[in-house]
Write a protein of this length. Sequence first.
Lengths: 98, 482
Amino acid sequence: MSLSREEVIHIAKLARLELSDNEIERYQQQLSSILEYADRLKELNTSQIPPTSSVLPARSRFRDDVPVESLPTDKLLKNAPQSEKDQFKVPPALEGPQ
Amino acid sequence: MTEYEAIIGLETHIQLNTTTKIFCSCKADSWFDPPNTNICPVCTGLPGALPTLNKAVVEKAVLLAKAMHANLLPLSYFARKNYFYPDLPKGYQISQYDKPIAVGGFLDMPMNPANGQSYIRHITIDNMHLEEDAGKTRNEPGRRLIDFNRCGVPLIEMVTGPDLRSADEAAQYLIRLRQLLRWLGISEADMEKAHLRCDANVSIRPKGASHLNPKTEIKNVNSIDAVKEAIGKEIERQTNEMEAGHKIETWTLEWDEDAGVLRKMRSKETEADYRYFREPDLLAIRMTDEWRNAILEGFPELPLERRARFIEDYGLPEYDAEILTGERSLSDYFETTVKTYKGDPKRVSNWIMNDILRMVNEAGKPAYELKLTPAFLAEIIQLVDSGTINTSTGKNLLGKVETSGRAPSKIVEEEGLAKVSDDSAIREVCAKIMAASPNETASYKAGKVTLIGWFVGQVMKEMRGKADPQIARKIMEEMLSQ
């Protein structure tokens, strides 16, 4: 299975990555070979094996609905490249009306 | 012109009123809190932080599933919905996808159009998803500011089938859903505070047709009136387009509340772009019969069932039953009063709809918090029925009991409010008033008999409302004619 150039551009867009033409070509090859590798699983006969929807044990683990102290605002904002009025500051929406 | 019918489906997001968020122990309700104060490594997506499911979220979802006749899945799973947006710190939203907490369900909604026949609209539910809310984005000139307080607040997403046929039905569905959520005590369901959010899918087709035409999705409608108005306008627009021979395109529209218009929005990711996959950081929700039964123990009679029963058992008009079951504690109040009073339920209904409802609204608290308990109200109505006090004294007593919390009969006794039907006492007062008002007396005798109302008013005032107004009137007339 190989990916088209357009598919690579689309995947890059979903990941908000800007790729050069060289990179598009390289990732097209690399991603395609990863998919081909994974495709090898299809060679196995799995007709007698029930689908695995999760490898985790089928039991719940819960937390009681009791609050604990939160993280101080200034500690959180240490991770913000920019902040204003105790909030993360990000660029304005780029996609305007069509 | 072809007659069209609208096909409407509503996607609702319900904010649950848990104390803490869905996957961490931060406080969930931040309405009055400054930005970024109810946050932690889990809800702000710091590396290595792990989510743990809040048990109360599942319990509340079970109540809603039961009320909507939905089927709980024995095993349900969380999934990651991947997309980039600044208010989503992890780069994905934890939601549910192919194995949600509950599937199916319906609500049979009574419709009573102002001019037309009543009918029941059967509204189906596809499924119910548990998910976390995203943060809040505020647009400022040249930048956006992000507050993560709302990240991780528990939501239930519930989507109806394309079963609604008018803007009125869509609005009514939201009214019934809001009533139900409050009745169950699982959400404050205040649309203005975004506890209940709604997107509407709208298409039209010639009446009687069975195919579905392309639909548009209306977003950002945050009041019941706005839902009604936005859907109405979209039906009108699509009708005009079709009449003009144009095709309807599958747009996403945003409702501009201030301008009262719909605007076309940017194209969204398609479903495949979300790259859903099982959330590896959370275990399944295992819904055993035992646990479900424990949650549903004491499950209440639902508002529409109670409404029907009030009409059936108490012979109430539909109008009364609707108002009395608008809210759970009021309907409990009514029923407890009826049981204590033992008389005509309609009489209790009148007292509640005329007076108690106003007191509840003014006090801004549920009926069960009134000091004027159902037992006290029943006592007041009985005092009026037995002729011990007159109706206006009864009405005054409501406020007195509410202020003092003391028994009505005690107050009547202590303040001497019992009705005086003893002639001699009334005659004495009548004579006194005639003596004090020679001008009015002369006018009356000269033929201005309409003054009788004034005279009776004076008697009632003098006797602080204790006289029987009918008897007072009879005596006064008799004495003035002598």
